[in-house]
Design a protein around this ligand. Structure first.
Ligand code: HMG
Ligand code: MG
Length: 296
């Protein structure tokens, strides 16, 4: 059976935009429960400015307190050397750098140009290599930018190649504002695949327009085997106008397992987690599967 790698982003992309501050204990419980449900990669936090993203301010404490069984990795965002040093001090095993395919979003998100961001990321990835810490890469807005609209595929390919050359083990191509449609997503991945091995690519779809599951399955058919998603469909980027939640992990797991693919995740446990964390945030889960199984 084909194995699919799921990168669970609930504790980071999922929570970063939540106004209600969550205590360290709740975040630790969330991550520990996700480990128990079978995830092998769980993004645990972000070492970014606490003024910009207050919800991520306690990421160091979270990382220090979670259970970290062998074989599970816990990436954290590190946009610059300052963030990298703090992540390393907290015991991070994997860091993630995050570039944008559009200039305006780069400025709004990380306060620098794309070019400047790439030199910051090189410094971070070089330091990580020396310390035996792995690096993952993100590229935002690959199917459209909230400020500039259309984004150039050649920029996406160029940045992906650069981050791979710097030493990232995988690049997650992100539809940050969920505007992509299945046939546009297919065109993009085919263009990317013509220059980059598909094993190096992960799919990251926000579900703003309800296209995220369809887009993920198109990429699956094109050979992508790693997908980012967020329990309960939590998520959104404070610097991308109109960006709402990520693809709900329950919906992705239901779709993949129901198609005979192996995610290693226990769906029943995942649904329990989704209900619980939504309750902690005073909201309803944004997952079709969790809603459908509500009465059970
Ligand atoms: P900056 O303002 O350019 O940095 O921030 P600076 O070097 O000018 O420093 C200004 C202040 O920030 C200083 O503090 C620094 O100490 C502090 P002050 O002296 O004013 O008190 N600082 C930091 N503090 C903590 N950690 C750091 C750090 N660096 C500087 N690493 C920076 C640059 C990138 C840090 C800032 O703009 C920032 O934090 N932006 C937020 C980025 C972010 O977290 N965005 C959301 C996540 S990305 C996302 O959601 C997209 C993704 O999911 C993919 C997708 O869907 O597209 C990944
Ligand atoms: Mg995202």
């Amino acid at each position: 059976m084909d194995k699919i790698n799921l990168v669970e982003l609930g504790p980071r992309d999922g929570l970063q935009n939540e106004k209600l501050p969550l205590p360290v204990e709740t975040k630790v419980a969330l991550i520990n429960r996700l480990v128990d449900a079978g995830f092998k990669t769980i993004e645990a936090g972000a070492f970014v400015s606490p003024k910009k993203v207050p919800q991520m301010a306690n990421s160091g404490e979270v990382l220090a307190k979670i259970n970290r069984p062998k074989g599970v990795s816990f990436p954290v965002l590190a946009p610059n050397i300052q963030g990298y040093e703090a992540a390393k001090e907290s015991g991070a095993d994997t860091i993630a750098v995050f570039a944008s395919a559009s200039e305006t979003f780069s400025q709004r998100n990380i306060n620098c140009s794309i070019e400047e961001s790439m030199s910051r990321f090189k410094a971070v990835i070089d330091a990580a290599k020396k310390d035996g810490i792995r690096s993952r890469g993100y590229i935002s807005n690959v199917l459209g930018c909230p400020y500039e609209g259309k984004v150039s595929t050649s920029t996406v390919i160029e940045l992906t190649n650069k981050l791979l050359e710097m030493g990232c083990y995988e690049i997650s191509l992100c539809d940050t504002i969920g505007v992509g449609t299945p046939l546009k997503a297919r065109k993009l991945i085919r263009d990317v695949k013509s220059e980059i091995p598909v094993e190096k690519i992960a799919g990251h779809f926000h579900d703003t327009y309800g296209q995220a599951l369809a887009n993920s399955f198109i990429w699956l058919e094109e050979g992508v085997r790693t997908f980012d998603s967020s329990v309960s469909g939590l998520g959104g980027c404070p610097f991308a106008e109109g960006a709402s939640g990520n693809l709900a992990t329950e919906d992705l797991v239901y779709g993949l397992e129901g198609s005979g693919l192996d995610t290693s995740v226990n769906l029943e446990q995942l649904i329990e987690i989704s209900r619980w964390i939504s309750g902690e945030l005073n909201k309803q889960p944004a997952s079709h599967v969790t809603a459908a199984l509500q009465s059970r």
